[in-house]
Write a protein that binds this ligand. Structure first.
Ligand SMILES: Cc1cc2nc3c(=O)[nH]c(=O)nc-3n(C[C@H](O)[C@H](O)[C@H](O)COP(=O)(O)OP(=O)(O)OC[C@H]3O[C@@H](n4cnc5c(N)ncnc54)[C@H](O)[C@@H]3O)c2cc1C
Ligand SMILES: NC(=O)c1ccc[n+]([C@@H]2O[C@H](COP(=O)([O-])OP(=O)(O)OC[C@H]3O[C@@H](n4cnc5c(N)ncnc54)[C@H](OP(=O)(O)O)[C@@H]3O)[C@@H](O)[C@H]2O)c1
Length: 591
């Protein structure tokens, strides 16, 4: 049955989305663009939207935060409601949302972290990356954490992009963070930091490190910091050589070239140092009441290419260090009333439909990191949410004639419980207030980091800033490299549009390329090509230092660069009109 005819008896379908991060917003976008009469109620436990784009993406990577412009547009679409400061499982139950809405999409991300499971893991001065990242990004949960930055030697366990962020924030001259949106308390603490040596520890080898080349390169370019590796660690076994040469390995060759360059660098006196360490498995953290030493075991790789595991040997290695950050991956938190797979740390699902064992639970869906685990960049969540929404709409097409009141009932319920709902207009006011606070310091914003301050800052709502233009303007200004204090409101949308196009660095190829799920028999190949285009585009766009010419000219150069790289990699296709169409790219010369 067609969805429209299935729903003809009801005025609108009501969908609740739990979580206002990328996956929640991409689900909202897919629903609101479905052409159906849909009302989306987004429920977020914090007063502030945007999930890890606000509280995870590093402050010195402002371009990557431009995804917010896209989300802001989605939030201003008719039919969208924001219920901030409302936690599902505490302020409202899963059962209640099921009763008030035709469907509920859970997009709650991964808010805690994996554990190493070794003695001493919880000693003072041992922290998770989640805490540190949340702290410097002003997440209210971590605002009052303290980190002993008087320590000279720090170990970071894990070699993914989060570890790279943690390392960069510790290693960068603090002046380079001054005009970012870093939380004030973190800036002040980092300004007093005594950290000199940062060991970044991988249990496997350099080929298996999960850094993307762009992030790794950035670690090698920090002013006043020597980035080092030990040549002996870079000798590869045959399996790693095979991994390196695989054409799907987008970062391997770039990373190994950088590690080899780091291995011949010499530290200068007085410089900070980042040391990449490989083949070391953490066994224990020890110290007299607090971390003083990390005990590791040397490992050797075993197994076939791509599934090599780190087998501990008998060779112990001790590292004196006064501060440890575990950056070994995030983990989702169970939501009361929703099934949870404790082993995988995700909600069990089939194509986004929530399952309890083998049984699909009608009306419940999942998306993003809660669905597939804590991997993937912002844009990855778009295809993920599109898949979930396709399942949701297909289910509704089979029958949906029960009228529900969605936001209206939820609003009444929360009011009865005395929950202070923070709506999108409240957020817009807070956004404006943060931007104003940042201005005198030359920062894009000074975040409010306590929930009561956030609620207070928007207390007089309604007199200004009904739309989040401030945010768009701040980001657009950053992109354009200038500020636009007097820009008339009517041109701001265009600027935001342009800025978000520019934002394709992180977002666009995923957010603007649409490949219909299941529409092609070669979907896997199309996804592979799309990923290659995305990576090559990002690499070109970010690395082009002088950025001469108009936006369109740069895009054309990007296309030339992509085709050169494709040829160099022995790919048999090029970015021409046909592949543009196949990849779902616009026909014009815009990537
Ligand atoms: C430190 C870090 C840095 C990153 N940097 C980049 C980067 O530079 N570029 C890039 O492309 N990708 C980056 N990523 C990856 C990117 O942030 C993720 O792919 C993306 O945020 C996942 O989206 P999500 O919506 O699934 O989860 P999230 O972004 O975590 O959003 C989940 C939302 O759900 C809310 N929530 C949770 N539980 C509840 C509940 N019970 N009730 C109501 N609301 C709830 C949370 O408050 C949160 O707002 C980074 C990730 C991390 C951890
Ligand atoms: N700028 C950006 O684009 C950006 C920034 C931040 C994050 N992100 C994305 O966000 C996602 C999450 O990043 P992440 O860094 O948290 O995860 P990740 O990429 O999965 O890296 C986790 C690291 O921890 C190691 N590890 C896991 N368990 C371990 C253990 N028990 N002991 C020792 N080491 C262990 C892993 O090693 P093994 O390989 O051996 O398991 C790996 O090196 C990624 O997709 C990332 O790309 C992107």
């Amino acid at each position: 049955m067609h969805i429209m005819s299935a729903m003809s008896a009801i005025p609108a379908i009501h969908v609740a989305i739990v979580g206002a991060g990328p996956s929640g917003f991409y689900a909202a976008e897919a629903l609101l663009r479905s052409g159906l009469s849909v009302r989306v109620d987004m429920i977020e436990r914090l007063p502030t939207p945007f999930g890890l784009v606000r509280s995870g993406v590093a402050p010195d990577h402002p371009k990557l935060k431009q995804a917010i412009l896209v989300y802001d547009r989605i939030a201003r679409t008719p039919g969208f409601n924001f219920f901030g400061n409302v936690q599902v499982g505490r302020d409202i139950t899963v059962a209640e949302l099921r009763a008030t809405h035709h469907a509920v999409v859970f997009a709650c991300g991964a808010e805690t972290d994996r554990r190493m499971g070794v003695p001493g893991e919880d000693l003072p001065r041992s922290h998770t990356a989640t805490e540190f990242v949340g702290w410097f990004n002003g997440h209210p949960d971590y605002r009052d954490r303290t980190f002993d930055l008087s320590q000279e030697t720090v170990a970071i366990v894990g070699q993914g992009n989060v570890a790279a962020d943690v390392c960069r924030i510790l290693a960068k001259p603090v002046d380079e963070l001054r005009s970012t949106d870093i939380a004030e308390h973190a800036f002040d603490a980092l300004a007093r930091s005594q950290v000199r040596e940062i060991h970044v520890i991988g249990r496997r080898g350099p080929v298996q490190a999960k850094f993307t080349t762009k992030e790794l390169r950035e670690l090698g370019e920090i002013a006043g910091c020597a980035t080092l590796a030990d040549a002996a660690d870079l000798v590869l076994n045959a399996e790693s050589e095979t991994e390196l040469m695989d054409r799907n390995n987008l970062n391997g060759l770039g990373n190994i070239a950088l590690f080899r360059a780091f291995a011949v660098r010499k530290p200068e006196v007085g410089q900070r140092a980042i040391r990449f360490r490989f083949h070391l498995n953490p066994m224990a953290l020890v110290g007299d009441g607090q971390v003083e030493k990390l005990i590791l075991t040397r490992t050797r790789l075993e197994g076939p290419p791509f599934v090599q595991v780190a087998r501990p040997t008998d060779e112990p290695v001790e590292l004196d260090c006064g501060l440890v950050f575990r950056s070994i991956g995030y983990r989702s938190v169970p939501i009361p009333g929703l099934p949870f797979d404790d082993t995988l740390g995700t909600v069990p699902h089939t194509g986004g439909r929530v399952r309890a064992g083998a049984v699909t639970l009608p009306g419940l869906y999942v998306s993003g990191w809660l669905k597939r685990g804590p991997t993937g960049i912002i844009g990855t969540n778009r295809a993920d949410s599109v898949e979930t929404v396709e399942s949701l709409l297909a289910d509704l097409s089979k029958g949906c004639d029960q009228e529900k009141r969605g936001a209206e009932t939820v609003g009444e319920l929360l009011e009865r419980r005395g929950v202070r709902v923070f709506d999108y207009q409240n957020w817009s006011m807070l956004d404006t207030a943060e931007i104003s606070r940042g201005k005198p310091k030359g920062k894009p914003r000074e975040k409010f980091t306590r929930i009561d301050e956030m609620l207070a800052a928007s207390a007089g709502r309604g007199n200004e800033a009904g739309r989040s233009f401030g945010s768009a303007l701040a980001l657009a200004s950053q992109w354009k490299g200038s500020s636009h204090p007097n820009t008339p409101v009517e041109t701001m949308d265009t600027m935001a549009e342009e800025a978000s196009d520019a934002d394709s660095i992180a977002v666009r190829p995923e957010s603007q390329i649409s490949i219909k799920t299941g529409a092609s028999p070669n979907r896997q190949e199309i996804e592979r090509r799309r990923e290659i285009v995305r990576q090559l585009f990002n690499d070109f766009w970010v690395s082009a230092e002088d950025k001469p010419g108009t936006f369109a000219e740069r895009l054309n150069r990007a296309e030339g660069h992509i085709n050169e790289q494709l040829a160099a990699r022995g790919e048999t296709w090029q970015l021409d009109a046909a592949s543009r169409k196949q990849l779902g790219l616009p026909p014009s010369k815009t990537v």
